[in-house]
Design a protein around this ligand. Structure first.
Ligand SMILES: [Zn+2]
Length: 446
């Protein structure tokens, strides 16, 4: 089975590297002229938000900040404190707090939201967090637990926005995703909070659900994907939507989705508990494509994680026999190895809004990590897929565009790589003969 990045000789390969400095472009596509933009309906949802705020603060916000409202991220009101709003730069992610008034928040301001919460049919344990119906905005309460009933001291309103155009910018659009779904290739999205994992999930959901051959189910742990109403936010398109309600029951709903909804694709936000890891394995064993997010930075961080590691192969310590150890360059008896078959065959690291790393074969990536061997991955940037060399480091991967020609770049030529396993370094120092690269296991994906 070929990866979507393999092409006939010469096709689409521009600027093959002669020296260590040129990068190798695997594929190019047209980025939509409108770029990444707010989804339709965002203006109406902002209007709903402005109506919820205390009128004088809402007016100040709308009249004073103009174009910057596109970057409005949060509104914070706390009794006795000056009301603030927070803007977040769309490209750098940098935050800036601004005052909404010179007067401290009053009980009246807070009461507007306390009412909002009390009027919901909530069980007490649900959460102090609620979406504003019909939007992706979320309200969180700060309360004083020593009061009976708990006194609401403050509210933080997170502004939620759906985006569109992200998948057409960072990948060659629908076909990339539909191909993966039709091959049932489970995909793990790895990223830090704020890098836009949930935003990407929404667009994946609507993109896949627009294909009439696929039945897509979105499992919504905290109603962050499709909002808090009784109907899903339009950002997930024609996907089926299963809210979880109580976050620690996500694994139950994951199983329910497979058993009752005959899905082709299941989309899950934030796999974190051992029960969810187990449910993820069940789903992928049933031949359903699972697309899930996970909190982290690079693949090795997940591999080494105690609770979630098995999603991508995990780690185990192996004691070699004397003979086996003797054959190793480092003569070590205790070595780390991949523990199990990964649940996810592919992974996408969301490093920023304009740089994603695609690992098409998680199993090989995990093996290479433990063997300290360099291998290739694909960096997705707006309009381009670029060949990158993956350099295993202690607990993470480094990626290099310049190393790909088989000749390490200046930077990585003699790097004494600090690593969990000194084998690599010693092997390079002690052996003058060139070791044949370890043969890749046949078959990419599955
Ligand atoms: Zn390099």
């Amino acid at each position: 089975m070929s990866s979507p990045f393999q092409f006939g000789v010469g096709s689409n390969v521009v600027g093959a590297p002669q020296s260590g400095t040129s990068m190798r472009i695997l594929r190019e596509w047209m980025v939509p002229a409108e770029g990444v933009r707010e989804a339709d309906g965002t203006a109406q949802e902002m209007a709903v938000l402005f109506e919820r705020l205390p009128p004088e603060l809402s007016q100040h916000l709308q009249h004073h900040f103009g174009e910057r409202l596109k970057e409005l991220n949060e509104i914070y009101l706390q009794l006795g404190q000056l009301p603030e709003c927070i803007f977040e730069d769309n490209t750098s992610g940098k935050k800036k707090r601004e005052l909404l008034s010179q007067e401290p928040c009053s009980q009246g301001h807070i009461d507007l939201f306390a009412d909002f919460f009390l009027s919901q049919q909530d069980s007490a344990e649900t959460t102090k967090r609620k979406g504003i119906s019909g939007t992706l905005h979320r309200v969180s309460l700060i309360t004083h637990p020593l009061y009976r009933p708990e006194k609401v001291l403050g509210v933080a309103v997170r502004v939620g926005r759906a985006l569109q155009g992200l998948l057409d910018t960072m990948t060659w659009g629908k076909q990339f995703w539909v191909d993966m779904a039709q091959k049932h290739q489970p995909l793990l999205l790895i990223g830090k909070p704020g890098v836009g994992k949930t935003t990407v999930l929404r667009e994946i959901a609507s993109t896949l659900a627009s294909d009439t051959s696929l039945n897509v189910v979105v499992i919504d742990k905290t109603c962050e994907i499709a909002g808090d109403g009784v109907t899903p936010h339009p950002a997930i398109g024609r996907s089926r939507w299963m809210p979880v309600g109580v976050a620690n029951l996500q694994h139950v709903i994951m199983r329910e989705a497979v058993e009752n909804q005959s899905p082709d694709v299941i989309i899950v936000d934030e796999i974190s508990t051992p029960l969810e890891v187990q449910a993820a394995r069940t789903i992928s064993q049933r031949g359903v494509q699972l697309i899930a997010t996970i909190h982290g930075v690079t693949l090795p961080e997940i591999i080494l994680d105690k609770e979630r590691g098995s999603l991508v192969g995990g780690v185990t310590s192996v004691t070699l026999s004397g003979q086996e150890a003797e054959r190793r360059a480092d003569k070590r008896k205790q070595v780390q190895k991949r523990n199990t078959e990964p649940v996810f065959t592919a992974a996408l690291e969301l490093r920023s809004r304009s740089s994603w790393i695609y690992h098409s074969n998680v199993k090989d990536a995990a093996d290479s990590y433990f063997e300290n061997e360099r291998f290739n991955a694909v960096e997705l940037c707006p309009g381009k897929a670029i060949d990158v060399k993956v350099i295993p480091m202690e607990g993470h991967f480094d990626y290099c565009r310049a190393c790909v020609g088989g000749v390490p770049c200046g930077l990585h030529k003699n790097t004494a790589v600090p690593h969990h396993n000194a084998a690599f370094q010693e092997a390079t120092n002690n052996h003058h003969h060139h070791q044949a690269p370890r043969r890749r296991k046949a078959g990419r994906g599955r």
